[in-house]
Design a protein around this ligand. Structure first.
Ligand code: CS2
Length: 506
C-alpha cells in the first residue's frame, strides 16, 4: 500500500486524473442537464449512469450541478476541474472511478441568477432533482404545497432570490417561458411515492398561488414541461477521511470531495421526456411505462426496513447499519417487517426476481466495508417515514390486522428523536437530525399514551394513521417496552404480541 502524505500529494484535476479511472473518454459535452442538489447521492448515482451512457453514446448531456446552500462540494469541485472520485466499497474490495460529467458547480444561495439563467438556457433540456424528501416543502399532513412555509411564501412574493427548490424551478421556468418557451423535462430523483406526479402537482400548486398576471403567463407553458417519475437506488453514505484516503490511495492524487457508494445501483425511469435525454438505458438504467411498482418495492422493502434497522440499531448503540443488522433481534425484526408487513402491500414488477432482490437487500445492508451510519438513515424520519409507513400500515389495519413491526418502527423513531423523559437513546439517536424534533420533544414529557397520540396527532404520519387508536396504542406499548426493557424485549413483544391489542378500524 502506498502511503500518501496529504501535503505532498497533488490534487485531482483534469491533468492528474489517471485515465484508467475515467468512466468515459469523450470530450466533456456541453451542459444539457441542470441538477439541483449537488450532494453525494447525485454524484454517485445519476452522474455515474450518465457517464456510462456517454461512454456508449455521445450527446449534449453535461451536468451543471447546483448545491442549495452549502458551498463545500461546489468549491472543492471547482478546484478540481469539476472532477471527483466515486469510491465503490464492498467486503470484496474497492473500485475507484471518476465520472467526469459535470460542466459547472454553482451554489443557489450564492449565485441564484446564474442558476436561473442555466434553468432558462435553451440548451438545458432536463432538470433533475435530489433535494431529499424534505426539499419539496409540502405539508406532511396533506401533501399539498406548504403555503405557511416561510421560504415558500417569500418565493411566491418574489423580488428576491428563490430560497426553495420549487421557487427556483418555477422562477427558472418563468424565465424560460419569457425567453423562448422551449420544452423541458423536470425529473425528481428523490424517495417520494410517485415523485414525478408529486413534483408536477407541487409546481402547479406553486404557479396557482402566484399573482394572477404571473399565473396566466406561466400556466400555458406548463404544457411544455414533462415530469417523469423515477426510482433511484444506491446506498451512498457521507464522505469521511477514510474515503478520502481510499481515493488518494487508488488514484495517487488528493480528492477533497470523493463519494463512497455500494457497488449496487438501480435507476428505473418513466420514458416521458419533453426534449430528449441521454441514452441512460446504455448506462445501466431501465426505462418503463410504469415506475410505480419499482418505487413501492424500493420505498417499502428497502427504505422502510432500513428505517427500522436504523432506529433499533441506534437504540442498541450501533453506529452503522451493518453492525445493527448483525444483531439477531434486529435481523429478526427486519425480516418480519419486510416479509409480513411490507411485502404483502407491494406489487412485484414482472422483471424482478423477488427472492433475489430480498437476498441482495441483506447483502447490501450487511456491507460492513461501507459502514452506512444509523444516524444518517434515521435522520429526517418525519419526512421519510411518511413515504414508507402509513399506507402499508393503514392497509393492514383496514383488513383487521395489527402491523406490529410498523408500529415498532414508529416507536423506535419516537424513542430516537423525542425520547421520553429520563430515557437516554444514546449518541447515534441524539445525532439524528429531524425537522420535527423541536415540535415532538416537548410532547415527550406526557404519559406514553398521550405522548404517542399527540406526536401522531401532529400529522407527521398523516391523518389517517393517527386516527387508528389501536395503532397509536400499540406504538405506545412498544415505546414503553423499548424504554423500560430495551430493543431485544421490544422485538419479542412485536413478534409475539404478548400484550393483546384489539384492532379497531378507527
Ligand atoms: C435510506 C436511503 O437514508 C435513508 O433513508 O433508506 O437513503 C437509502 O440508502 C437509499 O434510498 C438507497 O437507494
Amino acid at each position: 500500500m502506498t502511503v500518501l502524505t496529504p501535503w505532498a500529494t497533488p490534487r485531482l484535476t483534469a491533468a492528474t486524473t489517471p485515465s484508467a479511472a475515467l468512466l468515459h473518454h469523450r470530450a466533456l459535452p456541453p451542459t444539457g442537464i441542470v441538477h439541483l442538489g449537488l450532494g453525494n447521492f447525485h454524484r454517485a448515482h445519476q452522474a455515474v449512469h450518465t457517464a456510462a451512457a456517454l461512454a456508449a453514446e455521445d450527446g449534449p448531456w453535461g451536468i451543471l450541478g447546483v448545491a442549495n446552500r452549502s458551498a463545500t462540494v461546489a468549491d472543492a469541485l471547482r478546484e478540481q476541474d469539476l472532477l471527483y472520485a466515486v469510491v465503490e466499497v464492498s467486503p470484496e474490495g474497492t473500485r475507484v472511478v471518476v465520472p467526469a460529467v459535470h460542466t459547472g458547480a454553482l451554489v443557489a444561495a450564492r449565485e441564484p441568477d446564474a442558476v436561473l439563467d442555466a434553468l432558462a438556457a435553451p440548451t438545458t433540456r432536463i432538470v433533475t432533482l435530489t433535494v431529499t424528501e424534505h426539499g419539496y416543502t409540502f405539508d406532511p399532513r396533506t401533501g399539498a404545497l406548504d403555503l405557511d412555509h416561510d421560504g415558500v411564501r417569500a418565493d411566491l412574493r418574489g423580488g428576491s432570490a428563490p430560497g426553495t427548490t420549487l421557487g427556483l424551478v418555477v422562477r427558472g421556468l418563468q424565465r424560460r417561458a419569457r425567453a423562448h418557451g422551449a420544452p423541458i423535462t423536470i425529473m425528481s430523483c428523490d424517495n417520494l411515492v410517485a415523485n414525478g406526479h408529486v413534483t408536477e402537482r407541487l409546481v402547479r400548486e406553486f404557479v396557482a398561488a402566484l399573482p394572477a398576471a404571473e399565473r396566466t403567463e406561466l400556466e400555458p407553458y406548463l404544457a411544455q414541461v414533462a415530469f417523469p417519475s423515477s426510482m433511484v437506488d444506491r446506498i451512498v453514505p457521507a464522505t469521511t477521511d477514510a474515503y478520502r484516503a481510499a481515493a488518494a490511495e487508488h488514484l495517487g492524487v488528493r480528492d477533497e470531495a470523493p463519494v463512497p457508494a455500494e457497488p449496487y445501483s438501480m435507476w428505473a425511469i418513466e420514458d416521458t421526456f419533453a426534449a430528449g435525454r441521454p441514452a441512460w438505458e446504455r448506462g445501466g438504467a431501465l426505462f418503463t411505462d410504469d415506475v410505480g411498482p419499482y418505487e413501492l418495492l424500493k420505498l417499502r422493502l428497502l427504505n422502510g426496513t432500513h428505517s427500522l434497522i436504523a432506529y433499533l440499531g441506534a437504540l442498541s448503540g450501533c453506529a452503522t447499519i451493518p453492525e445493527a443488522i448483525a444483531r439477531p433481534a434486529i435481523r429478526e425484526a427486519a425480516e418480519r417487517v419486510l416479509r409480513d408487513e411490507y411485502r404483502p402491500t407491494v406489487p412485484v414488477p414482472a422483471d424482478v426476481d423477488l427472492e433475489e432482490y430480498v437476498a441482495q437487500l441483506y447483502t447490501r445492508w450487511s456491507n460492513s466495508a461501507l459502514g452506512h451510519r444509523t444516524q444518517q438513515v434515521g435522520s429526517d424520519g418525519s419526512v421519510k417515514l411518511a413515504q414508507r409507513v402509513p399506507e402499508p400500515a393503514c392497509s393492514h389495519l383496514a383488513a383487521g390486522r395489527m402491523p406490529h413491526h410498523l408500529a415498532l418502527t414508529v416507536a423506535g423513531y419516537l424513542c430516537c428523536v423525542a425520547p421520553p423523559s429520563g430515557f437516554d437513546p444514546g449518541p447515534h439517536a441524539r445525532a439524528m437530525n429531524d425537522p420535527m424534533r423541536e415540535r415532538l420533544a416537548p410532547l415527550a414529557t406526557r404519559s406514553t399514551g398521550d405522548f404517542v397520540a399527540a406526536a401522531l396527532g401532529t400529522g407527521v404520519l398523516g391523518a389517517e394513521l393517527a386516527a387508528h387508536a389501536s395503532f397509536t396504542g400499540r406504538v405506545a406499548e412498544l415505546v414503553d417496552v423499548l424504554v423500560r426493557h430495551g430493543v431485544d424485549a421490544a422485538v419479542r413483544e412485536a413478534a409475539d404480541h404478548l400484550t393483546p391489542v384489539p384492532v379497531t378500524s378507527r
